[in-house]
Write a protein that binds this ligand. Structure first.
Ligand code: ADP
Ligand code: NA
Length: 338
C-alpha cells in the first residue's frame, strides 16, 4: 500500500520562523517525510489577505522555503513548493467559493477575530474567503476517490479545526452536486508536537504577531541574543525545576523546549536538575537551543546565497505539485461544465 498523503502549509509572514513553529509543526513536517507522501506549501497567496509589502513578501517566501530545506525537508522525500507557483490553487478556490454560503464563511471564528483587528475598512474579501482558499489547497491534493482510498491527512492545531471542517463539507458538497471527486480530508495529530509559550508571558502562546521580541526566539537568531532571551525567560520565585503547568508555567515551558530539542524525557531533566536551581538549567538550555538552531541558520544562509539552486529546488517542487493539481482541476473543470 502506498504511504498516506499529507498536506500542510505555512505563511511567509515573518523573516524567520520561531521556536514555536519549529516544535509545534515544522519538525513534524520533517519527520512525516518518511511516513507519508508529503506535500508542503509556502502559502504566499494567503499572506496578501492583509496589507503587505511586495519586496518583503518575495524575500520572506524564499527565506521560508530555505529554512524548511535547512530543517531537513528534502525534495527527494517530499514535495515542497510555493503556492503561487501552482495557479490551480486560485482556480479551485473560485469554484469552491461558489459552493460556500456567505453565512457559512462568516461563521469562521478566525475571520471574526482577524477582521475585528483589521477594522471594517481594512478587512478584505480575501480575508473573508481565506478558509475557502485553504480548502482548495487541501482538496487539490486529495487522492483519487475509489474503493477504500485513504483520505488526505492534514495536521491541524485547535485554531484550524473549523477550517478543516469546512474543507470536508465542501468536498462532500462538491461530490453531492457534481459526482464523486474528492475524498474528504482528515485531521492528523502529529506525534510529539509541543505547544510553546511566550518566554515573558508563559500563559500566552509564543506568537509572531503577539509576542514581544524578548518573548520569542527566532530560528535564524544569532547565538548571543538567543542565549540572553533564554537566560531572561520568566520563571517564578521558587528554585525547583519541576513540570507543573498550573503553578510553574514558565519552567514548564522551558522543560518542554529542553525535552523536545534534546530528546530527553521531562522526568530525566527534573532528576538531572534536582537541587541545582534555575541558573544552570537555563544556561544548559540556552546551549541546547543554540546547538539546535545554529546548523539550521547556517544552512539557510547558504541556500539563500545560491539563488539558482533555490530556484531549481522550488521549480522541482512546483512541477510535482502541478502534476497532481492539474489532474484534479481537469476533473473539476469537466464536472463543473467548463
Ligand atoms: P498561522 O500560519 O495559522 O497564522 P502561525 O504562523 O502562528 O499560524 O503558525 C504556523 C504553525 O506553527 C502552525 O502549525 C501553528 O500551529 C504552529 N505554531 C505557532 N505558534 C506555535 C507555538 N507557540 N507553539 C506550538 N506551535 C505553534
Ligand atoms: Na515521503
Amino acid at each position: 500500500t502506498p504511504a498516506p498523503r499529507v498536506f500542510s502549509g505555512i505563511q511567509p509572514t515573518a523573516d524567520s520562523f520561531h521556536l514555536g513553529n519549529y516544535l509545534g509543526a515544522l519538525r513534524q513536517w520533517v519527520a512525516m517525510q518518511d511516513t507519508h507522501d508529503a506535500f508542503y506549501c509556502v502559502v504566499d497567496l494567503h499572506a496578501i489577505t492583509v496589507e503587505h509589502d511586495p519586496a518583503a513578501l518575495r524575500r520572506r517566501t524564499r527565506v521560508a522555503a530555505a529554512q524548511l530545506l535547512a530543517m531537513g525537508l528534502d525534495q527527494d522525500r517530499s514535495t515542497l513548493f510555493v503556492q503561487s507557483h501552482v495557479p490551480e490553487h486560485a482556480e479551485l478556490a473560485w469554484v469552491l467559493g461558489c459552493l460556500t454560503g456567505f453565512g457559512e464563511a462568516g461563521r469562521m471564528t478566525q475571520f471574526k477575530d482577524k477582521s475585528a483587528k483589521q477594522g471594517t475598512s481594512g478587512t478584505t474579501v480575501g480575508l473573508f474567503t481565506y478558509p475557502v482558499l485553504q480548502a482548495a489547497d487541501i482538496l487539490l491534493y486529495t487522492p483519487d476517490p475509489g474503493p477504500g482510498e485513504a483520505a488526505l491527512q492534514v495536521p491541524v492545531g485547535e485554531d484550524q479545526r473549523q477550517h478543516l471542517e469546512l474543507s470536508r463539507t465542501l468536498a462532500q458538497r462538491f461530490n453531492h452536486r457534481f459526482g464523486a471527486t474528492f475524498v474528504a480530508p482528515e485531521a492528523y495529530i502529529p506525534k510529539g508536537a509541543a505547544k510553546i509559550t511566550d518566554l515573558q508571558d508563559p500563559t500566552a502562546k509564543m506568537s509572531k504577531s503577539a509576542s514581544s521580541p524578548q518573548g520569542i526566539v527566532d530560528v535564524l537568531e544569532e547565538p548571543g541574543p538567543m542565549r540572553k532571551k533564554i537566560m531572561r525567560a520568566v520563571t517564578d520565585t521558587g528554585s525547583e525545576v519541576r513540570y507543573d503547568e498550573e503553578s510553574k508555567a514558565g519552567v514548564t515551558n522551558l522543560l518542554r523546549i529542553f525535552s523536545a530539542l534534546e530528546g530527553t524525557s521531562v522526568e530525566d531533566l527534573e532528576r538531572r536538575y534536582e537541587g541545582s536551581g534555575y541558573g544552570q538549567f537555563k544556561k544548559d538550555l540556552a546551549e541546547v537551543v543554540v546547538d539546535a538552531f545554529t546548523p539550521i541558520r547556517e544552512r539557510t544562509l547558504k541556500l539563500l546565497d545560491d539563488e539558482e539552486q533555490l530556484d531549481r529546488l522550488l521549480a522541482q517542487g512546483a512541477g510535482r505539485a502541478s502534476a497532481v493539481a492539474a489532474r484534479t482541476m481537469e476533473i473539476v473543470r469537466d464536472r463543473v461544465g467548463f
